[in-house]
Design a protein around this ligand. Sequence first.
Ligand code: GTP
Ligand code: MG
Length: 282
Amino acid sequence: MLALLDAIRGELGPQAVLLSVRRVPLDPLAGMDAGSVLEGAAALDPDAVAQQEPAPTGTYDRPVMPSAPRAAETRLGSKSVTSQERDRAGATVWLLVGAPGSGKTVASAKVAAWLRSQQSHPVGLLSTDACNSRQEPALRMHARKLGMPWTAAQSASELHEKVLSWNGRGPLVVDTPGVDGTQVASLRSVKAALEQTGARIETHLVLNAAAPAAEHTRLWKAFAPVGCGQTLLTHLDRTEDGADLVARLLSSKIGISFLGMGPKIPDDLILATPERLLQVFA
Ligand SMILES: Nc1nc2c(ncn2[C@@H]2O[C@H](COP(=O)(O)OP(=O)(O)OP(=O)(O)O)[C@@H](O)[C@H]2O)c(=O)[nH]1
Ligand SMILES: [Mg+2]
């Protein structure tokens, strides 16, 4: 329980109060026998915040935490974030795009966990790929295990609204549906909706390193209209040709952001610094 309170205070600050706690299975299909975690809903105590901070200005701030009870939403909504706070919070939107099955959802969760390990601001997860499934969306399950706020948007306008609601509390990682060929155009409206929020956006093309080289070239061309600044490589544990791919990307002046070395969240992710690239591929 103390660990849960610590985690919540790490996310929301020292004024956070715990509203409810319940024990949930780590794997909902396997039940409690497969292990469980405490899940809590929390809010900022507005009185305590008011003593510490100047009166909030700016827009109404709905939380990206759909499982929180209504009372928590109202109370969380009393805090707004100024543009300076947003800059301090590194409030970049990380947009992950790629072909079906390339590893976007797993990579979104890993990147969010990595971002949380690097700074003290909360990190949010947002799925634009949660509407067609009867099961719990995978990203939501990952978010629950990581103890991170999660939400979903089912249209460009809802995405715009949800990003505004997040209000730059910290980095926000956006997972997208797998698209290919002509469907790539649909991502332009996703990106446009994000751009209209004024947020800084980093777009990463998630590429399965184990796919054939010709497929990598095809995907880079296909996703060009989305404006991907970086490549996030996955399935490097499933290929012998990772070094060739990295060399090809670098010689084409295509940036590499992260290396996905396996399916485990958050462990199988490496930040692709020049030193780590040399270590992994030399
Ligand atoms: N071996 C290995 N498996 C991975 C890696 N990254 C993801 N996976 C697995 O690949 C499969 C697809 O991963 P997802 O993250 O669901 O892929 P996605 O791109 O979100 O898939 P769609 O949303 O259907 O387009 C899952 O079984 C993951 O566990 C990796 O780096 N190595
Ligand atoms: Mg996915």
